[in-house]
Design a protein around this ligand. Structure first.
Ligand SMILES: [Zn+2]
Length: 312
C-alpha cells in the first residue's frame, strides 16, 4: 500500500505522525508586495523572538502541523520558515504558487501556462527559490472580481502541477461567485475537484453555495474562526453544523488565518493573533452543540491529512 505524507519544510513526514493540523495560518507575510525594497526580508532573530510565544502556545495546546499559506508575492521566505521549524515541534508546510495578480512579481505577468506549471512542479518536487525546501501544496489567490485572465492561467497551470504531483490547490477566494468561476476553470481541465480548497469560504454567507461546491468534492475551508468577531463566529458555527447534517463533514477544513510576523512592523503589530482559539474555544463549543469526538477528529485531523497528503 502506498503511504501518504505531508511535505514539510524539513522533508516528508508520514500522516500517521500527525494529530491536529491547522490548514491555513501565517508565520511570515509581507503585504507590501514584491516591488517594495524591503520585500520579504526580516531579521531572523527578531522573527523568532516575536513568533516563539505563539508557536509554543500552539504546541502546548496540541497543534502538530501548521500549513503556512503565504505564497510568492506576499513574502514567502523559506529560510525564515526553516529557522522557525527549528524552534518548535510543530511541522511547518510551505506552499508552491503565487498570490493574486496585483502582487505578481513582474516576470509572472509574461509567463505562459506551461512555464507557470513548470515553476509549480519544480517548487513541489525540487525546491523553492533555489533551496531544497519543497512546497507541500499550491497556494493561489483570486482578485475580488476574479479570477482574472492571469489568475485563470495560474489555475490551469496549478491543475497540471496537481495532476503530476498529487498536490492540493488552495485558492484565496472572497465570494461564492469567484469560487464558482474558479471551479469552472478547474473542471474544464479535468482536475479531480477534491484537489481544490475554497479558502475563506467562511466569509461567504450563503451556505447553499458551500454545500453545492462540497457535493462536487471541493474542500470548504472555514478559516476565519476568531472569537473577536461574534457574528462571524456564530455564522461559521451554524454553517458547520449544516455541513455535518448534510453528510459533508468530510469536505470541511478549520483554521484561524492567524499570525503573523509582518516585516513592515518589526516589533509586532496589534492585529497579530495566535493559533489556539479553535482548540481553546471552538472545539468545546462544538462539543456543547453535540458534535462527537469522531467528528472532531475528522474535522481537525483526518480532513487536513487527506487534503494535504501526497504519495510518499
Ligand atoms: Zn491567509
Amino acid at each position: 500500500m502506498v503511504s501518504k505524507c505531508l511535505m514539510t519544510v524539513k522533508g516528508s513526514v508520514k500522516v500517521e505522525e500527525f494529530g491536529l493540523v491547522l490548514p491555513h495560518e501565517h508565520l511570515f507575510t509581507d503585504l507590501r508586495g514584491p516591488s517594495d525594497p524591503g520585500y520579504a526580508q526580516g531579521d531572523v532573530d527578531k522573527v523568532i523572538e516575536i513568533m516563539r510565544p505563539n508557536l509554543d502556545a500552539a504546541a502546548e495546546a496540541g497543534v502538530t502541523a501548521l500549513v503556512e499559506c503565504t505564497p510568492e508575492g506576499v513574502g514567502r521566505n523559506v529560510e525564515m520558515l526553516t529557522r522557525l521549524a527549528e524552534i518548535t515541534p510543530i511541522h511547518i508546510i510551505c506552499p508552491a504558487g503565487v498570490y493574486k495578480e496585483e502582487f505578481h512579481p513582474s516576470a509572472y505577468l509574461d509567463y505562459d501556462e506551461a512555464e507557470v506549471a513548470e515553476i509549480f512542479v519544480r517548487e513541489l518536487t525540487e525546491g523553492i527559490a533555489g533551496s531544497s525546501v519543497r512546497g507541500g501544496f499550491i497556494k493561489l489567490a483570486a482578485s475580488g472580481n476574479g479570477p482574472t485572465e492571469i489568475e485563470q492561467r495560474n489555475l490551469r497551470a496549478a491543475a497540471q502541477a496537481s495532476q503530476k504531483t498529487g498536490a492540493v490547490i488552495a485558492s484565496h477566494t472572497e465570494s461564492a461567485a469567484v469560487a464558482q468561476r474558479e471551479i469552472a476553470v478547474l473542471e474544464a481541465t479535468g482536475l479531480d475537484l477534491s484537489r481544490f480548497i475554497w479558502v475563506h469560504a467562511s466569509v461567504e454567507p450563503d451556505v447553499e453555495t458551500h454545500l453545492a461546491a462540497a457535493r462536487k468534492g471541493v474542500y470548504i475551508e472555514y478559516d476565519t474562526i476568531n472569537t473577536a468577531s461574534p457574528d462571524d463566529y456564530n455564522r461559521i458555527l451554524t454553517h458547520l453544523l449544516e455541513m455535518l447534517d448534510a453528510g459533508l463533514g468530510d469536505r470541511l477544513l478549520l483554521s484561524h488565518d492567524a499570525g503573523w510576523y509582518d516585516p513592515a512592523h518589526p516589533d509586532g503589530w496589534e492585529g497579530m493573533r495566535g493559533y489556539t482559539e479553535i482548540i481553546d474555544d471552538f472545539i468545546p463549543t462544538l462539543r456543547d452543540r453535540g458534535v462527537d469526538d469522531a467528528a472532531i477528529q475528522m474535522l481537525t485531523r483526518d480532513n487536513p491529512l487527506q487534503a494535504f497528503g501526497m504519495d510518499c
